[in-house]
Design a protein around this ligand. Structure first.
Ligand code: CTP
Length: 396
């Protein structure tokens, strides 16, 4: 029976958490409730205590029934931390690592995945501070169940209403399903751009930020895989809990990916590898008076195609950034490179693709297509791994 810690914070939607609790119990989930002081203004801890049949945790300085330190013992037992409703205040505390009550302390102490169902007034939800805090939490791997739109308790019309109970329950069950479902797998993910030097000060590169590949690597890590991330130059920090190999050029990336992929079960080529590099690299800065008017280029190795030629039992995932006939080109790449799955994204839209935090994609494989509407890069990463699991399962 999986254990879910349900965090309840001070908001009118707190009463709906009772229903979330009941629905999870019906699905054989053991639910422990942690409330903030403000939440107890809306619903009595007694209600949750009676429903959950566990003591409700409100006061971080009171020991548990067996003299245990509850924010640690509960944090260890949790397989999912679900906060519904999540106020702007708790999002800010989580984003900044503040630990001044039972729930925020438990949040720092647990390694369980985090699922957040925000609820607040529309102006609060749209405030840049809240948006930034949600972006920070998403980037760290939290899943956010979007609030609904409509009449809010405060009388305003807009986005901010706690998501519907069935949606929260479904998201919680999906998160439980995913925990450690990639355990035992060796995964290699490439990410970021490559840099092709012309001379010591000039280079050719592309707009990849690396965010998508990093999210793919982090999602695999959180689902139990042993992950090696081969990263081109990015502004992103090495993610904890996985091995990061830094490279610069397409040639270095080729070497590193082929070496790391030797024993891998799944290789995801999310990197935007340069297709061409300067045929001649100067060791000295080239002066403009003597510089040629055109740069001669030569092809780099197509790493994904090279992996496809020596495929073995490995499962290969490629990316395709396109601006038109997205699925058509992706299908061509699937066949040409002997990949098992191509994540095709349309980079012509605003707010998705390069350097954005969101993405939208079509997952193209030989059996069909799965459309993933605009969502966070982390959520897309989860969908990619869901599909990899399905397709590997079908292949036996
Ligand atoms: N790729 C690779 N090695 C390269 C170039 C690309 O492994 N030298 C991989 C990328 O990581 C990605 C996929 O191939 O998974 C992208 O396919 P590609 O045909 O190279 O896309 P584009 O560079 O966009 O090519 P085109 O301009 O032909 O669409």
């Amino acid at each position: 029976m999986p254990t879910v810690v349900l965090g309840v914070t001070g908001c009118i939607g707190a009463y709906k958490a009772c229903e979330v609790l009941r629905e999870l119990q019906k699905r054989d989930v053991d639910v422990h409730v942690v409330m903030t002081r403000h939440a107890t203004e809306f619903v009595s801890p007694m209600t949750f205590e009676a429903l959950s049949r566990h003591a409700v945790f409100v006061d971080q300085f009171r020991l548990g029934e067996n003299g245990d330190i509850r924010h640690i013992s509960l944090a260890d037992a949790a397989e999912l931390l679900l906060v519904a409703p999540a106020t702007a205040n708790v999002l800010a505390k989580f984003a900044r690592g503040i630990a001044d009550d039972a729930l925020s302390t438990l949040h720092l102490a647990t390694r369980a995945p985090l699922l957040l169902a925000p609820a607040m007034n529309v102006n609060m939800f749209e405030h840049p501070a809240v948006a930034e805090n949600l972006a920070i939490l998403r980037a760290r791997g939290a899943t956010v169940i979007e609030p609904g739109s409509g009449y809010l308790a405060c009388g305003w019309l807009g986005k901010g209403r706690l998501a519907e109970v069935p949606d929260i329950v479904e998201a919680a069950m999906a998160a439980l399903q995913r925990r450690r479902d990639l355990a035992g797998l060796q995964v290699v993910v490439s990410a970021g751009p490559t840099i092709e030097d012309l001379d010591p000060v000039r280079f050719i590169s592309n707009r990849s930020s690396g965010k998508m590949g990093y999210r793919v690597a982090e999602a695999a890590r959180d689902r139990g895989a042993a992950v090696t991330l081969v990263s081109g130059p990015t502004a992103l920090a090495d993610p904890p809990g996985l091995r990061t190999v830094r490279v610069r050029s397409a040639a270095e990336m080729e070497q590193a990916v082929l070496r790391e992929s030797a024993g891998a079960d799944v290789v995801v080529m999310a990197a935007a590898v340069a297709d061409w590099r300067p045929a001649n690299r100067s060791d000295h800065k080239v002066k403009k008076e003597v510089a040629a008017r055109s740069i001669e280029l030569e092809r780099t190795t197509d790493i994904l195609a090279a992996l496809g030629r020596e495929k073995g039992p490995r499962f290969l995932v490629g990316f395709a950034a396109e601006t038109d006939d997205v699925v058509g080109y992706a299908r061509g790449k699937l066949v040409a490179k002997n990949a098992d799955l191509i994540v095709a994204n349309d980079v012509s839209g605003a707010g998705v693709g390069f350097d954005a935090d969101d993405n939208a994609a079509t997952l193209v494989d030989s059996a069909g297509e799965v459309v993933v509407e605009r969502t966070s890069k982390r959520a897309l990463a989860e969908r990619i791994w869901d599909r990899v699991r399905e397709l590997r399962g079908a292949r036996g």
